[in-house]
Structure formats: C-alpha cells, structure tokens
Design a protein around this ligand. Structure first.
Ligand code: ZN
Ligand code: ZN
Length: 170
C-alpha cells in the first residue's frame, strides 16, 4: 500500500484551497490559508487540528491513495467545514458534527457524514501502545505520552476512585 505522491498531494491542496474559498463565500468570512499536512495514519481520512492558536488540516495519504475521488469529494469539504465553523463559532461553542457543520457541508455540496465508510484492509493502522499501571483498586492503561512524563518525573497520576498514586506494573 503506497501513499499518494507529490502530484496528487498538490491536487488535494488545490482542492482544499478552492473549497476554502467557497466556504468563505458561503459564510461571508475570511478564511486564511491553513497549513495542510499529509501525516495522518490510522483509520481517519482527515483531521482538523487546533493547537496553541495554530490551525492545520491533516490528511491520510494512504486512504487518499485508495479513495482519491471520495477524498476530494468528502474528506476535503469535511475538514474545511470544521475549519470554517471553528473560525465562525469557535470549537468550544459547537458540536464537532453539529448543525452548523452539517449546514455548511450541504452548502458545499457534500454529504454531512461524520465518518466515511472505507474498507481499510491493508492500510497501515497506527497502534497506540499502552502501559499498565496499578492503584489500590484497579489496573489503568496509560498512553506512551503519560508514561514518558511519569518516567521523566514530569507528572504523577492518582486514581480518581481510590486516590492512590498509579504505580507502573511492568
Ligand atoms: Zn469530522
Ligand atoms: Zn484506584
């Protein structure tokens, strides 16, 4: 399974810019160019991200390799609509696939579906590694990020139920 190459990535970027322009016209707002990355793996075809005031759209180059036309027709407006409704309303004020997002999807001529139904056989799926921790009442599965923070002494976690500190179970 090969990800899409440069030529198709440029097509996806051009489609995203065109869709941004249409969304800006529909919503009557300014939509500054947003950074586009092709670094998404796993089961999602696209993702809209906001972090510390920066916004970007991530696309899955593997899913686009198999579903290129569907990606242009569905994933591109899907992520653009997330971006536009964020600029318009603020992500904290709306549900991710709520009425505002659905209305814009329809205005863009796309079907407002929260998740695409793709056959992902053979597409690499990133597996989140988990680490076992124990408290006095249970076993907890912590993410790699949390585990590393504990190892570096940057964080400690306690069980919400028994209040005991979580101890690495190996
Ligand atoms: Zn979505
Ligand atoms: Zn506990």
């Amino acid at each position: 399974m090969q990800p899409i190459g440069n030529r198709q990535r440029q097509q996806v970027c051009a489609a995203t810019r065109a869709c941004l322009a249409r969304a800006a016209g529909i919503c009557r707002i300014q939509l500054p160019a947003v950074e586009i990355r092709f670094d998404l793996s796993g089961r999602a075809a696209g993702m809209y991200r906001v972090h510390r005031g920066r916004r970007w759209i991530r696309y899955n180059p593997y899913i686009f390799a198999r579903y290129f036309d569907e990606g242009l027709a569905e994933t591109v407006p899907h992520e653009v609509a997330h971006y536009a409704t964020d600029v318009l309303h603020g992500l904290g004020n709306i549900r991710p696939h709520g009425v505002e997002w659905q209305a814009l999807m329809r205005a863009l001529g796309a079907t407002p579906r929260a998740t695409a139904r793709y056959d992902l056989t053979g597409i690499p799926v990133r597996r989140q590694r988990r680490f076992s921790y124990r408290c006095n009442c249970n076993t907890h599965r912590l993410s790699t990020r949390r585990h590393n923070r504990i190892c570096r002494g940057h964080a400690a976690y306690v069980c919400r139920r028994c209040q005991a500190p979580l101890v690495f179970a190996g």
